[in-house]
Unconditional design. Structure first.
Length: 140
């Protein structure tokens, strides 16, 4: 019986060490982020948040937006900042892919240098990283 308890302790120690290593390597999220995700998920969305989310998905179905641009559009439509932020955080958009779509759209209708296209995407609210990605994929 003593050997079984001892081997269980060893296994538990190894499991804890593996989890710590995974956390330190960024493979596992921190407990803080897990707890904050649980809190956000546990809260029920308000009617305004649900409507803003539907509107965000409708917009993204027909055109491309940056995260910032979509927030601005939703606020222009009358949604509160909280509702607009909820919508963009939960709409499932890949902002780098949105940058590629926007860049391709610009290139289909106008002539841009890479620099001009990058500046235009940043003006549209894409981050520098998103704009760079969009230009690299769309500009051939």
């Amino acid at each position: 019986m003593r050997e079984v308890c001892s081997s269980k302790r060893v296994v538990m120690k190894v499991m804890v060490l593996v989890m710590v290593l995974c956390f330190n390597m960024g493979i596992l999220p921190s407990m803080t982020s897990i707890q904050s995700n649980v809190v956000v998920t546990a809260e029920a969305a308000t009617a305004g948040q649900k409507n803003a989310l539907k509107a965000a998905k409708d917009y993204l179905h027909s055109m491309s937006f940056s995260k910032k641009g979509l927030i601005e559009q939703l606020k222009f439509d009358g949604y509160s900042t909280k509702e607009a932020n909820y919508a963009v955080e939960n709409c499932g958009a890949n902002w780098k892919k949105q940058a590629v779509k926007t860049a391709k759209s610009y290139l289909d209708t106008m002539s841009f240098s890479k620099k001009e296209l990058m500046e235009q995407l940043e003006f549209d609210g894409f981050t520098k990283s998103e704009a760079k990605y969009g230009v690299s994929k769309a500009y051939k």
